[in-house]
Design a protein around this ligand. Structure first.
Ligand SMILES: *[C@@H]1O[C@H](CO)[C@@H](O)[C@H](O)[C@H]1NC(C)=O
Ligand SMILES: *[C@@H]1O[C@H](CO)[C@@H](O)[C@H](O)[C@H]1NC(C)=O
Ligand SMILES: *[C@@H]1O[C@H](CO)[C@@H](O)[C@H](O)[C@H]1NC(C)=O
Length: 418
């Protein structure tokens, strides 16, 4: 089966070492109060992760980085970053594919300093590949469409799982010759897409992926508490129709306009920065957080990274007790020939699955994670791990103060013992 149209280019950028950072202005501080005197406060400093894109961040940490492009069967040009291990002094290990979540990007796996998951994997000899979904800031190209076309944004999590995932995995398989040996680590929507892919193409997935590690898995989200989806979700179908007709779909989907608004509001003052984080946490991640004030400008540099509003609506669909295709409501019959959208049968998955969830995660809850685990075929249930820390929320998987101990160490221990 062919999974992609073309692999476009491989640009190798190696070992760009740390540039002159010392002269840069402070951009992060220890506490919200310190931000009021950021310029000459000794509790503030310059963090390049709050000021650089994913490739720059990887390079500035002293790692080699490659940029790959792959074109999906429906024409989306995806950018995949790689931190190769061919210079690694530790034993060289298999490829690990990291796939980000909703409104996120590859940057989420490299922006938390040296303790970022991607760097810890690279330090242990893994060949690290970082995916970027269609419609995120690193993957905005298409062979025929531009981000200004409504049609560009006409995709949900279904296309992401059925096109973006196999195309990126095929790129890795061909570049490394490690087909069947790839470890897939996804967060949130990056787990939804893994489940869509591997339940739709169970055989192909089995031949490609060795193990799925699902951080904050999102399938049937019936217990989701995030206010954005709980309160506003039911109106998303209506918003989507208007946005398409009035041509503002891009403005509620693309990274740039969303970030402009977020920055205008959230970086205006330390007080607003604090309030913004509280709102993001209530709307999506969970009210209590481990993300420290010094990390907030880093997070706001990379969030929101863009996601079609149709994907956002699809996530809201999943809070209504099913894990299935995008719902067109009354038009389902027109699109699918059935009244309800087709559901994904996760019991078909043949690749071993390991799950990690956090009790304080409002988006991907303990109840939904346990139910997903139970729905898997018993011979692929590879383990389930609870993060019971009461302050650890959805985004803390990448940005939490103890993400290294609570997430990375668990992942590495699992992989090194696999
Ligand atoms: C920082 O600069 C401001 C204004 O330039 C000054 O009033 C304040 O005393 C300075 N604070 C420190 C800690 O140097
Ligand atoms: C792009 O447009 C060409 C010409 O209309 C068409 O043949 C091709 O199928 C399109 N490709 C995709 C992926 O939509
Ligand atoms: C989704 O989860 C809810 C609550 O656990 C359950 O009642 C429902 O049957 C699930 N739906 C599917 C399709 O698994």
């Amino acid at each position: 089966m062919n999974w992609f149209l073309h692999i476009v280019s491989i640009i190798v950028i190696q070992f760009i070492t740390n540039s002159v950072c010392s002269k840069m202005q402070n951009n992060v501080c220890l506490t919200y109060k310190d931000y009021y005197t950021i310029k000459n406060n000794s509790n503030c400093w310059y963090d390049f992760s709050a000021d650089s894109n994913a490739v720059e961040i990887i390079s500035k940490h002293g790692y080699p980085v490659e940029v790959h492009k792959v074109i999906t069967l429906d024409g989306y040009i995806l950018t995949v970053f790689r931190i190769p291990n061919y210079y690694s002094k530790t034993p060289r290990r298999e490829p690990v594919f990291l796939q980000h979540g909703w409104m996120s990007s590859a940057a989420f796996f490299v922006a938390h300093g040296k303790e970022s998951l991607a760097f810890e994997l690279a330090d242990n000899g893994y060949d690290v590949w970082l995916g970027n979904f269609r419609g995120t800031e690193y993957s905005e190209e298409h062979v025929n469409l531009t981000v200004h076309d409504n049609d560009y944004w006409d995709h949900s999590a279904d296309e992401i799982g059925m096109h973006d995932i196999p195309a990126q995995l095929e790129l890795i398989s061909q570049a490394t010759g490690e087909r069947g040996n790839i470890i897939y680590i996804g967060h949130s929507l990056g787990t939804t897409s893994a489940l869509i892919y591997s339940s739709t193409y169970p055989k192909a997935a089995k031949h490609t992926v060795k193990l799925f590690i699902l951080l904050a898995p999102a399938s049937n989200l019936s217990h989701m508490r995030s206010l954005l989806f709980r309160i506003f979700g039911p109106s998303f179908g209506f918003v989507l129709d208007i946005a398409k007709n009035e041509h503002f779909l891009r403005l509620i989907s693309q990274a740039e306009p969303l970030k402009n608004i977020a920055n205008l509001v959230c970086l205006e003052s330390p007080e607003l920065m604090k309030r913004c984080m509280q709102i993001i946490n209530l709307m999506v991640s969970g009210p209590r957080t481990q993300t420290e004030p010094k990390t907030v400008p880093v997070l706001l540099k990379h969030l929101p990274a863009g996601s079609s509003f149709k994907v956002t609506k699809h996530i809201a669909d999943l809070t209504r007790n099913y894990f299935g295709k995008y719902s067109y409501g009354l038009d389902n019959y027109k699109h699918y020939g059935t009244i309800f959208p087709h559901t994904y049968d996760v019991s078909k998955i043949k690749v071993p699955v390991f799950i990690m969830y956090a009790v304080n995660d409002w988006a991907c809850t303990k109840a939904d994670s346990l139910r997903l685990y139970d729905s898997l075929s018993s011979n692929v249930r590879y383990g389930i791990h609870e993060i019971s820390e009461p302050n650890f929320n959805h985004l803390d998987f990448m940005f939490g103060r103890n993400a290294k101990q609570l997430v990375n160490d668990v992942v590495l221990k699992l992989l090194l013992g696999y």
